[in-house]
Structure formats: structure tokens, C-alpha cells
Design a protein around this ligand. Structure first.
Ligand code: 6PG
Length: 379
């Protein structure tokens, strides 16, 4: 049974004039593409009324809520904010010629918290506070704080942390949830970006910044990185009771236009790596250049105490809406697989990236399961 939808701050209008975050706590459940929202011409409304507005006529997932084995007969086929239609997958009926999909729908939901800021600057300040709070809690609890960074636009957002008076850098360990397999001096290096924006400006011991080993083949770089994580004592980096995965205190993710997080891309084998396997994997032929990377697996991300997905600006509008509001093919959007099992999930948005969200409808209970990686691989 889905967790009952938590209260949504109905006043969280996107045009909020509030100067700070509007905290919206909700279940991560996608409204059915066929659930017309009063006052909002949803694809259904347009399709049912047969308006020929030039947009593709789309087949809608029947919102009967009683699918065989939790799998809707038609997956996808929803009209995305960009006006394109997502891919369709038609099963032949439950249990008929169905090969075990690396991802499955399941009924449980994880509450996520959406922190919606009026501007990117306020979102950046909120992100800094989020790191400071996680740091204080971790150092108080175990005398160490493990912070994991993404690449892309994220490192530059952390610049103001250099002025923070509350982060104990002597007790902080910084990792990279993914990293390009390039020299540290390369403009593509996330280590370089994070060093320039923050790490070179704070008194963090060099041995506590875990950069990728340079000059190795990507498979060896992944193994070497995993070995460094394994060598960290559980007192600083506890291991989860289930599966022994490392429990990082805070992982900061970006999200790509295809829904990738870290270097886990849609429909790629790395994205469905099981919890029982490697913690860090090599990625070749990455859809996002540069081609070679290493990446944490999704189970490692989901073992974290807290995960924040940071998506700011107009360019994130469509993927934020798809990820938070649209039923996707199982695993089609890796960002929808981010569901910390025992931890907290937060989205850090600004009005520009949240503009396409239909927050007013978030108060209604939705019966859309989310895809996830099964805990045991179905052979
Ligand atoms: O190394 C990387 O490229 C990142 O880890 C990647 O996952 C990034 O976070 C997203 O692609 C979003 O990047 P932007 O925030 O720059 O759009």
C-alpha cells in the first residue's frame, strides 16, 4: 500500500514570494497521465476532447490502479512537457513472455522533500545550509563527516561553503559519486572543479579528499577507488547492516536531461547493478562526454543517510517534472531510482526548474508505483 500522501503545503505556489525555501513534503508518486487536474488542461483532457492541437495523440495509461503484478499493460506513451511522447512498452499480459526486467515496479513509496527556492542564489544558500547541518550531525554522532559530490554544475554551487564557520574540515572526508577518467588537471575533472571552487580554500587534509587515481584504465580506476572506500574504518564510514554497503552522510547529485544521476544513465547495465556487487563501476562510452568514468552504483547511493538532488534553472524544468510527476518505464529515469532506503531524499529546486510541476495536485493520493532495483536479482 502506498504510504498515504503526506501533507502538501498547498500554498507552495511557484510564484511564491517567500524569500526562503518553501518546504513541500510529499510522496514520490506520479499522477496518472490520465488524471486530469482541475483547471489544468492535461494531455488526457486534450486527447479526450480530440483537440487537434498538432501535438501527438497519445495512448494513456488506464488509471485503473489494479494492474496485474503491478505492471500496467501500457507503459510510457505519456506526453512530456517538451511536447514529445515517451516511449511505449506493451507487455503481452502478466507473466507471458516477460523476461525479468532489471527494474521492477513496487508499491512502496519513499517520502521525498522538495525544497523550492525562489531564486538560484537562495537555493545555493539553502544547499550550503544543508551541507552544514549534515556535517554537524555527522561529526556529533561519529566524529567524521563523509560528503560525496557530483560533477557538472554542482561543484561551483559549493563555493560559499569555504566561508562556513560550522563545517569541521579536519573531520570531513570528500568523495566523488562519479568522476571522469581524466587527469586531475583536465578541465573535465570534477576533482579539479571541486578543488577550485571549494577544496583549495578550506583546511581539509589532502588525504581526506578521495580523488580518482590518474592514468589507470577505467576498470582499474574503479577498483582502486572502491578499495580506498573499503579501507575507511566503519567508525568514520559505517556499513549498512543489510548488505554491508557504505553509508555516506550526504550525497549531492545533479540530474541530466535524460534523468541520469552520477554516471548512471538510462538503460545502461551499470544503472541496474545489484546491491550485492561492486560499489564503484567503470563506465565506457558515456552518453555524456567525456566517455570514460567511474561511478557509485545505485545501491550505494541509496544506502546513504541523506541524498540531495540539486536541479536549478530553466534547463532542468522538463526533467524535474518528468522525474517527480510522470510514470516512466521501469528504470527509464535513473533519478527515479534514487530512494534512500533508510535515509532522506531531498530535491533542491528553484522556481525556474520547478515551473512545470503541478504542485497543486500533489495533495491527492496517487497509486503509481516507482521502479527500483530488486534487492535480489531474478535469474
Ligand atoms: O560528472 C558528471 O557529469 C555529473 O556527475 C553528472 O551526473 C551531472 O551531475 C549531471 O550531468 C548534471 O550536470 P549539470 O548540473 O551540469 O547539468
Amino acid at each position: 500500500m502506498l504510504a498515504s500522501t503526506t501533507r502538501v503545503n498547498q500554498h507552495a505556489s511557484l510564484s511564491s514570494k517567500r524569500s526562503t525555501a518553501v518546504k513541500i513534503v510529499r510522496c514520490q508518486a506520479a499522477p496518472a497521465a490520465s488524471t486530469p487536474v482541475p483547471g489544468k488542461p492535461s494531455p488526457t483532457t486534450r486527447a479526450q476532447e480530440g483537440q487537434d492541437d498538432g501535438k501527438p495523440f497519445i495512448n494513456l495509461i488506464p488509471n485503473n490502479g489494479r494492474w496485474e503484478k503491478g505492471i500496467p499493460p501500457v507503459m510510457g506513451a505519456h506526453l512530456m512537457a517538451s511536447g514529445t511522447v515517451s516511449p511505449v512498452s506493451v507487455s503481452k499480459g502478466a507473466g507471458i513472455d516477460v523476461t525479468p526486467h532489471p527494474f521492477q515496479y513496487h508499491e512502496t513509496e519513499t517520502d521525498g522533500t522538495v525544497l523550492l527556492y525562489v531564486t538560484a542564489e537562495k537555493a545555493q544558500a539553502g544547499l550550503v545550509r544543508l551541507v552544514e547541518e549534515a556535517s554537524a550531525a555527522a561529526v556529533k554522532a561519529k566524529g567524521a563527516f563523509t560528503l560525496v559530490l557530483s560533477g557538472g554544475s554542482l561543484p561551483a554551487l559549493l563555493g560559499p561553503l569555504a566561508a562556513s564557520k560550522s563545517v569541521d574540515w579536519a573531520k570531513t572526508h570528500v568523495f566523488f559519486v562519479d568522476e571522469r577518467n581524466v587527469p586531475h588537471s583536465s578541465p573535465d575533472s570534477t576533482y579539479k572543479a571541486a578543488s577550485e571552487a571549494l577544496l583549495s580554500k578550506v583546511p581539509i587534509p589532502a588525504a581526506q579528499v578521495y580523488a580518482i587515481a590518474e592514468g589507470l584504465p577505467v576498470e582499474q580506476a574503479a577498483i582502486q577507488y572502491e578499495g580506498r572506500i573499503i579501507s575507511i574504518p566503519a567508525s568514520a564510514l559505517p556499513r549498512a547492516t543489510e548488505g554491508g554497503l557504505p553509508v555516506f552522510d550526504l550525497i549531492l547529485l545533479g540530474v541530466g536531461p535524460d534523468g541520469h544521476v552520477a554516471s548512471l544513465f538510462p538503460n545502461r547495465a551499470e544503472t541496474s547493478a545489484p546491491a550485492a556487487g561492486r560499489w564503484v563501476l567503470p563506465v565506457r562510452n558515456s552518453p555524456k562526454p567525456p566517455p570514460e568514468r567511474i561511478t557509485f552504483t545505485m545501491p550505494v547511493i541509496n544506502a546513504a543517510k541523506e541524498v540531495a538532488i540539486v536541479a536549478l534553472g530553466e534547463s532542468k524544468r522538463e526533467i524535474v517534472q518528468r522525474t517527480l510527476e510522470v510514470q516512466a518505464l521501469p528504470g527509464a529515469l535513473p533519478a527515479q531510482l534514487v530512494r534512500p532506503r533508510g535515509g532522506k531524499l531531498k530535491w533542491v529546486l528553484d522556481v525556474a526548474s520547478a515551473e512545470a510541476l503541478d504542485i497543486a495536485s500533489w495533495g491527492e493520493a496517487k497509486r503509481f508505483p516507482r521502479s527500483s532495483i530488486p534487492t535480489e536479482k531474478k535469474e
